[in-house]
Ligand binder design. Structure first.
Ligand code: ZN
Length: 121
């Protein structure tokens, strides 16, 4: 892949990384059980519990995504960025443009999702 393309993806990944660190940091605060008066004022325990659970779930998703972004940055440093971790083929630039942290080409991603669906029933 050309150097200017790699620099472009690195910038995207670094921006995403910064954004996720902020998000994960915020949800970690909720996880510690900080009382938020604006939530308490709703006076609905069920809603509060639901909101907490939702934020916690979001935090988990962000953490997983953060790990993928870090992995992609490592691949950039190792010169392995842009190749599929399953078949070794180049990942389409259109796909990387949307998901710069994609680990697999579209064919392998589909195959993996199919396998996961079979495994979980
Ligand atoms: Zn592949």
């Amino acid at each position: 892949m050309r150097k200017d393309r790699l620099a472009h993806y690195r910038k995207m990944l670094v921006d995403k990384h910064r954004q996720l660190v902020e998000e994960v940091g915020k949800s970690a605060l909720y996880g510690k059980g900080q009382e938020d008066d604006s939530i308490k004022d709703l006076g609905d325990q069920a809603t509060t519990a639901y909101t907490r659970e939702f934020l916690f779930e979001l935090g988990n998703g962000d953490r997983r995504l953060l790990k993928e972004v870090v992995t992609a940055l490592q691949k950039l440093d190792e010169g392995a960025f842009g190749s599929c971790e399953r078949c070794g083929e180049a990942i389409a630039e259109k796909r990387l443009e949307a998901l710069p942290f994609a680990r697999y080409c579209i064919e392998c991603q589909r195959a993996i999702e199919e396998e996961e669906r079979m495994a979980t029933g």
